[in-house]
Design a protein around this ligand. Structure first.
Ligand SMILES: C[S@@+](CC[C@H](N)C(=O)[O-])C[C@H]1O[C@@H](n2cnc3c(N)ncnc32)[C@H](O)[C@@H]1O
Length: 300
């Protein structure tokens, strides 16, 4: 049986975070079924598949076509690859009555998203206002920035960026239209926040627009409960998030499902989120904001 290679596909430079912690909580066993909802460049997948040794029982999902190309190169047709957002994939798997021993969702963007200026995610590099994880999606950052109403922009900046100056930034965006590039958008937010601060003044604006473009929180809240339905009894799930809104949502959804109730379906394996050790931070600074929460299914 072909085994997955343990080196990443050429050109893909995503270092997976919290790998040892993921392996500890998921505890994949030989022959087990595995669902990866955000497989990216396959760093976690390769390590999990080393343990399960059952690529034919693995489903790897990603909405980004570059990630899927890299996963294809890395795993060939040994695994089932699904190029879709995890909402569509979840609906499909639920309809198939699929069940998994281990499920991983390593949320957010990959390093190639941030490093490739043309994807428009990075406020440090000049690129088009894109920010789509799925390159085929219609909604782009450019559309939001140039066509949403002031009230819609305020709502996005407030809810997804927790931006205290949401109203002023929304007005400044509208006054500066049309905006075409990441640097132009960053400059608009910076003007509203003069002076120096530790984080770039456009960080919250970029986070807000990115979350809106990709419906990140909507998809997570809708699908996380379904992921528990996809777990076998005794199955384990790990969810890694990279910003506080996402982690709060994961925490609350898991708390709801595990609460002190007669119908609780999971038991939490992490009372508090697990974060990266100092040694990992040295070789992978992007692990700094990673928070892992894990649970085990106790009944159907
Ligand atoms: C942090 S990276 C995952 C990295 C992966 N664990 C690895 O080891 O290479 C997140 C990935 O999730 C994908 N993604 C984010 N949201 C998604 C969604 N709603 N549906 C499907 N894929 C998604 C992104 O395209 C990205 O490739």
């Amino acid at each position: 049986m072909p085994q997955p290679s343990s080196t990443p596909a050429e050109g893909a430079v995503h270092i997976p975070v919290l790998v040892e912690e993921v392996l500890r909580y998921l505890a994949p066993q030989k022959g087990e079924t595995y669902l990866d909802l955000t497989a990216g460049y396959g760093g976690h997948a390769a390590r999990i598949l080393e343990r399960t040794q059952a690529p034919e029982k693995a489903v790897l999902v990603d909405r980004d076509s570059n990630a899927i190309a890299s996963l294809t190169e890395r795993f060939g047709d040994t695994v089932r690859l699904v190029h879709a957002d995890f909402g569509t994939a979840t609906t499909q798997l639920v309809s198939e009555k699929a069940q998994f021993d281990v499920i991983l969702a390593d949320l957010g963007v990959s390093s190639p998203h941030l490093d490739q200026a043309a994807r428009g995610f990075s406020l440090a590099q000049n690129g088009p206002l894109d920010m789509r994880m799925d390159q085929d999606q219609e909604l782009t950052a450019e559309r939001i920035v140039n066509s949403y109403s002031e009230e819609q922009l305020i709502d996005i900046l407030t809810r997804y960026g927790e931006e205290p100056k949401a109203r002023a930034i929304a007005k400044a965006i509208i006054a500066a239209r049309p905006l075409a590039t990441t640097i132009e958008l960053a400059a608009v937010a910076a003007k509203v926040w003069p002076g120096h601060s530790k984080v770039h003044p456009a960080t919250r604006t970029f986070q807000a627009v990115r979350i809106a473009v990709n419906d990140e929180l909507g998809l997570l809240s809708k699908n996380l409960p379904q992921w528990i339905n996809l777990l076998k009894p005794e199955g384990r799930i790990c969810i890694i998030s990279f910003q506080s809104l996402e982690d709060r949502l994961v925490k609350n959804l898991l708390a709801d499902l595990s609460g002190d109730r007669y119908d609780a379906t999971i038991r939490l394996l992490t009372k508090r989120p697990t974060t990266a050790e100092a040694t990992e931070l040295v070789h992978n600074p992007r692990s700094r904001s990673a928070k892992l929460r894990a649970a085990v299914k106790i009944k159907n």
